[in-house]
Design a protein around this ligand. Structure first.
Ligand code: T1G
Length: 699
């Protein structure tokens, strides 16, 4: 019997215990059939005289991992999950939940409605609804605080974090944690409760808690939300558990859940959730098998090379790191060591794990050490001649079939590939600094890259837990190319009337963790300056030049934090506005004859978003990205675009492409050559189409 034929809920009654098994692969999501089956099973068991107690368990790799997100936004079908949970709690016979895997969201809410919970030692539980722009909608906000206390409940619900079994036991969420025999132990516990009045969670009172601590928690959650509303709504509704009887609290919870479900932020976060999982299913590559890999070579042990080596060792891969001299190797080894020392100090890894990861690394001089590697990643100086020379020397050394990857962030991968004469083996693997932390990995497909070489990049990304975006070759690929448009508009805003801290404040209010000028000071102004000088000869004289102020700052040696001054001044590590920069900006506006007028935050946000969407439309039309969702994920995971907006292309659809087109036309009016509306945007805006339907020429 295959998955689709097996009933999603089965019941076996043995020795007076009704074992209710939920079987809905892959994660036992509580879709309509599961809800109906579970309700029917519990009601039958409750009225069956042969049944003394009930146990609810999940088949497969996990207990219920939540409501079925694919049903969201569609007309909800009864029975709704809260009704199922209420029926479980109302059962006259004891109901015990047996949790393994990840009991999340509605899955944990089912368990909270049970009268006791037994957890496998490896189980994790949580209420991650806020990560989907929601709040728990089946009693989680009202039942959890009754078991764990208010402050612990706030931490779990507003933060959406998963809790391991041992902590669940400490919090009063779990009644028992077992290393083995989960179902047997749950059955034994259920039998021990038979005949006694069930301990109904909803009838428990919320323990006293400090109003001051509550307020402090609320303030911390508000600060972290950065424009997302569901965490704050979670605080508001969870607090009701201390004031209202369960029934009233459930009504308030459901109302807020439905309101958020229908809101733009949840649509954005649900898009992000599914897009992240769609990324690795690149059109045309679905059936291409990756090449095997175990030993990975890294050329260059600088900041990027060391970070990449750590990311590889963290994923239990064997790493050979080569440099040109013993001194450079020692410096690289020191970088790796200090990374792991920081992780040790912060408790992120244990001593044995740290030793195991370091043991997977070999440091060697010379490319010959890489002759047995399955994949080689270069992270040497960002210069075309240097990289071409390297590939020329690497090609005859690397074994046949090895994938040769360049970590370049914007150089032409085709030109690098051509130098080595093994273009079919060459891809780009563009890591973002710090390479062992940032999740985005752009997998650059050269004109001659073999499909299985690209598929190997995807498989490596999955092994590293990265967010893979496959893209074609252009200056800046997807992320940096769109960021360049973002930055240019931010700098135009300065010439037109704004100041760096005003633009930064506007984009932080938009939801970015840091504004563009603060980021520029962090990464260093000299990088962009070098690129502008490299591209100066090919610059369109008719195009408005955005970086007069940035060039002047660089000429003054103000490269940002590392020189103590850039767009801002840095005094004792604190970032302060610099009147000198303000004067510099006003002088440039005067030189250009611009009548400065203060653009409000909304105008700054609209201009910058329009610039990103327009560049994204060009990228899609050129076939640099396979789908609009790839662009969205690159911006969210590489540059901090707020996930609750779903990314620029998704958000453009939410706002309406005709509106975006108007904003782009205004940009073109103000910024001239190079800011013309992208033909794809014009076509879709006029035809009522969407970027999601646009076929990229990469496919
Ligand atoms: N609904 C539908 N599909 C889901 C799903 C869900 N809740 N969770 C996962 N999937 C799919 C996923 O799209 C993928 O499909 C496959 O399962 C494997 O997922 C009232 C209503 C459980 C930790 O937010 O965190 O409950 O791409 O690749 O890495 O309050 O999935 O293979 O076709 O992620 O092992 C609350 C979301 C929902 C949990 C497993 N629950 N899921 O991770 O596998 S709201 C969540 C996860 C709620 C109630 C409300 C993870 C996982 P495909 P995967 P994984």
């Amino acid at each position: 019997m295959n998955d689709s034929q097996r009933p999603p809920v089965r019941v076996n009654v043995v020795d007076g215990v009704a074992l209710v098994l939920i079987d809905n692969p892959p994660v036992n999501a509580a879709g309509h059939a599961v809800r109906a089956g579970l309700l029917d099973a519990v009601q039958r068991a409750d009225s069956d005289p042969a049944v003394k107690a009930i146990v609810i368990a999940g088949e497969g790799r996990t207990f219920v991992a939540g409501g079925d997100i694919r049903e969201f936004g569609k007309p909800p079908l009864e029975p709704h999950l809260p009704d199922v949970c209420n029926a479980i709690e109302a059962s006259r016979k004891p109901v015990v939940a047996a949790l393994h895997g990840t009991a999340l969201g509605g899955g944990l809410e089912i368990a909270l409605a049970c009268h006791a919970r037994v957890l496998d030692a490896g189980a994790r539980v949580g209420l991650p609804e806020v990560k989907l722009g929601l709040i728990p909608g089946a009693g989680g906000t009202q039942r959890l605080p009754r078991l764990t206390g208010m402050l612990n409940a706030l931490d779990m619900i507003a933060g959406g974090r998963q809790v391991k079994a041992a902590e669940a036991l400490d919090l009063g969420l779990a009644d028992l944690v077992v290393d083995s025999g989960l179902r047997e132990r749950a059955i034994a516990l259920a039998l021990s409760l038979a005949g006694k009045p069930p301990r109904r969670t909803g009838e428990l009172a919320v323990r006293e808690y400090s109003a001051g601590e509550f307020e402090a928690a609320r303030a911390a959650i508000a600060k972290k939300a950065r424009g997302q509303i569901s965490p704050l709504k979670a605080v508001e509704v969870t607090a009701l558990a201390a004031r209202l009887p369960l029934r009233e609290g459930l009504v308030r919870e459901r109302a807020m859940f439905v309101e958020l479900m229908n809101g733009a932020q949840s649509r954005g976060l649900r898009h992000t959730f599914f897009a992240e999982r769609e990324l690795s299913r690149v059109p045309g590559l679905e059936s291409v098998a990756p090449r095997g890999f175990d030993s990975i070579g890294v050329i260059g042990a600088g900041t990027m090379g060391a970070g990449i080596a750590v990311a590889l060792a963290d994923a239990a891969l064997n790493v050979i790191i080569v440099e040109t001299s013993a001194a450079a190797l020692d410096a690289g080894r020191a970088r790796v060591q200090s990374t792991y020392e920081r992780q040790l100090k912060s408790g992120r890894i244990s001593e044995p794990e740290c030793a195991a990861r370091l043991a997977r690394m070999t440091f060697a001089e010379g490319l010959e050490a890489l002759s047995s590697c399955d994949i080689v990643v270069e992270a040497v100086f960002e210069d075309m001649a240097v990289k071409q020379d390297l590939f020329r020397r690497l090609a005859p050394i690397a074994k046949p079939g090895a994938v040769l990857a360049t970590n370049t962030s914007y150089l032409d991968v085709n030109a690098i590939a051509a130098a080595g004469g093994r273009a079919r083996d060459v891809i780009g693997l563009h890591f973002f600094a710090p390479a062992n932390i940032m999740r985005l990995l752009e997998i650059v497909r050269g004109a001659d890259s073999a499909p299985d070489a690209v598929a190997t990049g995807l498989a490596l990304a999955k092994r590293l837990g990265k967010i893979p975006v496959v893209c074609g070759v252009c200056d800046g690929f997807v992320g940096n190319r769109i960021l360049a448009a973002f930055r240019q508009q931010a700098e135009f805003a300065l010439e037109d009337g704004a100041l760096p801290h005003e633009v930064d404040a506007a984009m932080e209010a938009f939801g970015f963790p840091m504004g563009p000028f603060a980021v520029s000071d962090l990464s260093g102004l000299d990088i962009g300056w070098a690129r502008r000088k490299r591209l100066a000869a090919s610059r369109d004289p008719g195009a408005r030049y955005a970086s007069r102020v940035a060039d002047k700052l660089c000429e003054m040696g103000r490269f940002g934090q590392k020189t103590g001054a850039g767009w801002y001044l840095y005094e004792n590590g604190k970032r302060v506005n610099d009147p000198l920069v303000e004067k510099l900006i006003r002088d440039v506006s005067a030189e250009l004859g611009i009548q400065r007028k203060a653009n409000g935050a909304d105008a700054i946000q609209r201009n910058i978003r329009a610039a990103m969407v327009n560049e994204g439309a060009r990228i899609l039309a050129e076939g640099i990205a396979p789908r609009a969702l790839d662009i969205d994920m690159a911006l969210i995971h590489g540059f901090g675009y707020p996930a609750w907006r779903g990314g620029p292309m998704f958000e453009a659809g939410e706002i309406g492409l005709p509106t975006i087109l108007k904003d782009v036309e205004a940009l073109h009016e103000a910024s001239g050559n190079g800011w013309e509306p992208a033909p794809l945007l014009v076509k879709l805006a006029r035809s009522g189409g969407s970027f999601a339907d646009a076929k990229s020429s990469m496919n």
